[in-house]
Design a protein around this ligand. Structure first.
Ligand code: FES
Ligand code: FES
Length: 140
């Protein structure tokens, strides 16, 4: 039986009161969505970002179908990226999350899910922007 004492209290806090759970309007052109899975266990994380005109992440929501560490990692990630530029958010490493939440080695891949999810959301946002730019036909 795994004791809750194995986990750092910050994990417990993000697990018991996850921040920014939910979703954003996927039809909104300023919203990017990342859906990723962990091959190791089959857990799935969806993370959505809203980006303002200055390229700053103004809102972020997540849904995680996975273990406590994955939920805590995504909750932490949402707090971490709010107010950051896409470049800054895309540079966040899972090791930072794991360290911050004191995840044990077997739970490292749970934090990887959060890194993959924010990167996927950023890519999706950029793809959408490019597609929209193409449609307007601003000559590139
Ligand atoms: Fe994914 Fe634990 S193995 S929930
Ligand atoms: Fe697989 Fe946590 S995401 S055990």
């Amino acid at each position: 039986r795994v004791s809750a004492r194995l986990y750092h209290e910050k994990v417990i806090d993000h697990y018991e009161r996850p921040r920014n759970v939910g979703s954003l309007d996927k039809n909104d052109i300023s919203v990017g969505s990342g859906l990723v899975g962990a091959p190791a266990c089959g857990d799935v994380m969806k993370l959505m970002i809203k980006v303002d005109d200055n390229g700053i992440i103004s809102d972020v929501k997540f849904k995680t179908f996975g273990c406590g560490s994955a939920i805590a990692s995504s909750s932490y990630m949402t707090e971490r990226v709010k107010g950051l530029s896409l470049e800054e958010a895309g540079a966040i490493k899972n090791t930072e999350i794991a360290q911050e939440l004191c995840l044990p080695p077997v739970k490292l891949h749970c934090s990887m899910l959060a890194e993959d999810a924010i990167k996927a959301a950023i890519n999706d946002y950029r793809k959408k922007k490019d597609a929209a730019g193409g449609k307007i036909g601003a000559g590139h």
